[in-house]
Design a binder for this molecule. Sequence first.
Ligand code: RP5
Length: 164
Amino acid sequence: MADQKPRVGVIMGSDSDWPTMEPATLALAEFDIPYEVRVVSAHRTPHGMLAYADSAASRGLQVVIAGAGGAAHLPGMVASATTLPVIGVPVPFKHLDGMDSLMSIVQMPAGIPVATVSIAGARNAGLLAVRILGAADEALRERIANFQVDLERMVTEKDANLRH
Ligand code: RP5
C-alpha cells in the first residue's frame, strides 16, 4: 500500500490533532485504501492550505478528511477550494468539549458541503471515505458488506454472552 498513490488525504490543523485523527487512517488501512497524512492549518498556514486543496484532485486524491479543533475552519476552507468530497472531523479542544469545533464545521453555507462526523468521530470519517470510494467500486462494496456482517456478528455474540 505504501507504494500506491494516495486516494484519501487526511489533514489536520495541528499535530496535536493526530491522536484524534489516527483512527481515520486505521479505518482506511483496514480496507487497503492508500492515504496521505499532512498538517495543514487554515489559520497558521493559509497559503499552504489553499495549495493543498488546489492540487488535491490533480494529485489523484478522491476524498479529503479534515480534522480541526476550536475555530475549526479547515474543512470548510478546503471544501471551498476543491471539488472533492470533504469530511470534517470536529476535534475536541481544551475548552467547550469540542462543541466549538462541531459548530464551526457543521454550519456550512449552502453551496459548499462538508460531511461532518461526530466530535472525535475520525473512525467514521475513514469509513465514510471508504463508502464514497465504494460507490464506484463493486469489490470494495462487497468488503464493506462483509465488514457490516462482522459487526452484526460481534453484537450477536455480545448479546449471547450477556443473556441470562
Ligand atoms: C486548531 O487549533 C488545530 O486543529 C488544533 O485542534 C487546535 C490547537 O492547535 P495547537 O495549539 O495544539 O497546535 O487549529
